[in-house]
Design a protein around this ligand. Structure first.
Ligand SMILES: [Fe+2]
Length: 380
């Protein structure tokens, strides 16, 4: 395989040929990707990333709303009954109204977080031909120099999608540092030191929310399996000389149960709250949690999977690291009967995570969220 071309197939077995951003889709109807790659290699101009007037960012990267609730995980775990009840109530309300909240006292040491960020920066600084070798056969995992969905979406970012299992991490580090055993060992160790506690943290938050909904704590987490959609991701948003016309990631909702994000001090993550784009202020002591489509659907729409996006800036590259927590891809999920009442009739039909993800990818409809899973798709 040459540096500029990668043959890969997505998790649904669709094969795509990528060629330096100017490739042709091997199957009609699907587009090649690597848009950022093409820009970095001088094959695309910034103007080609320009969004339509309606899509362009309206809020700069460094304007923030500071009312996003902050949940004290330490108080949830070891606090007094009153502290616990208070934090649970705030978290549940935030998950319903924002679909987002911050967490503090989460127990993941800052030096572990920062080391993973350093590793990410080192990875993204590698020559493009090295990064392009970091591909898994299932297309979803590995390096992408742009959107994982479509060439036309023109995301101003590059990313590394990481399957967090021992075998997958071995494969990843062997691809990133084939001749540098010391780097490879450190890279893997650092990723595990970060993503293992992030997994436990995700599971804990899902269980707290599940219990707060009036269900048994493990109603959803017991559906974890080797087929679960648990994934790590590193994002790099390069500086852009005209940040007002492009988007790092256009508005979308996440498909999994839950995501936990650490962002550096630059700023750029924005969530749609009450039809307004709201910037989430970075700070080293907190992570940002968001509810995904799967959790929204299995909670009968009580929890909210909110559209969010990333804007870029002209001064500083931005880096973020995310852990996505998912449950089994193939089990048919249904809304627990406890969440169906006269006031809140059943809204979501049975579905599988893989079916949902396939719909989003095939229809290139990231903003569509879980609407196609509604029993009445016209309902809001
Ligand atoms: Fe997202």
């Amino acid at each position: 395989m040459t540096a500029g071309a990668a043959l890969a197939s997505d998790s649904e077995g669709v094969t795509i040929l990528h060629e330096n951003g100017e490739g042709k889709a091997a199957n009609p109807g699907r587009s090649p990707m690597y848009s950022m790659q093409a820009f970095l290699e001088g094959k695309l101009k910034l103007e080609e990333f320009a969004r339509s007037e309606e899509e362009r960012p309206t809020v700069p990267h460094n304007v923030f709303d500071e009312t996003l609730p902050i949940i004290d995980i330490g108080a949830l775990k070891d606090g007094t009954p009153e502290e616990r009840a208070n934090n649970v109530a705030i978290m549940l309300e935030a998950a319903k109204s924002w679909g987002f909240f911050k967490i503090t006292n989460h127990g993941v040491p800052l030096e572990v977080v920062k080391q993973v960020e350093v590793n990410g920066k080192e990875f993204f600084a590698l020559p493009m031909e090295r990064k392009l070798l970091v591909r898994a056969p299932d297309f979803v995992f590995g390096y992408t120099g742009g959107s994982p969905l479509t060439w036309k979406s023109k995301w101003w970012l590059e990313g590394l999608m990481i399957k967090v299992t021992d075998d997958a991490l071995d494969e990843l580090v062997a691809q990133v540092y084939p001749d540098e055993g010391e780097f490879a060992a450190r890279f893997k160790k650092d990723l595990k030191s970060f993503f293992s506690p992030m997994h436990e943290l995700s599971r804990f938050i899902v269980e707290e929310l599940t219990q707060a909904l009036g269900l048994e704590r493990d109603s959803f987490t017991r559906l974890e399996s080797p087929n679960s959609n648990c994934t790590g991701r590193m994002n790099h948003y390069p500086v852009c000389t005209d940040p007002d016309v492009v988007l790092g990631i256009p508005p979308h909702a996440d498909t999994q149960m839950l995501g936990i994000l650490y962002q550096d001090d630059v700023g750029g993550l924005q969530v749609l709250k009450d039809d307004e784009w709201v910037g989430i202020k970075p700070d080293d002591s907190t992570f940002v949690v968001n509810i995904g489509d799967t959790f929204q659907a299995v909670s009968n729409g009580i929890l909210r999977s909110s559209p969010h996006r990333a804007v870029v800036n002209a001064k500083k590259d931005r880096y973020s690291t995310i852990y996505f927590y998912g449950i089994d891809n193939t089990i048919t999920l249904t809304v627990p009967t406890e969440l169906v009442t006269e006031d809140r009739p059943l809204k979501y039909r049975p579905f599988t995570v893989s079916e949902h993800r396939k719909y989003i990818v095939d229809n290139e409809a990231p903003l569509h969220s879980a609407r196609h899973l509604l029993i009445d798709p016209q309902a809001t």
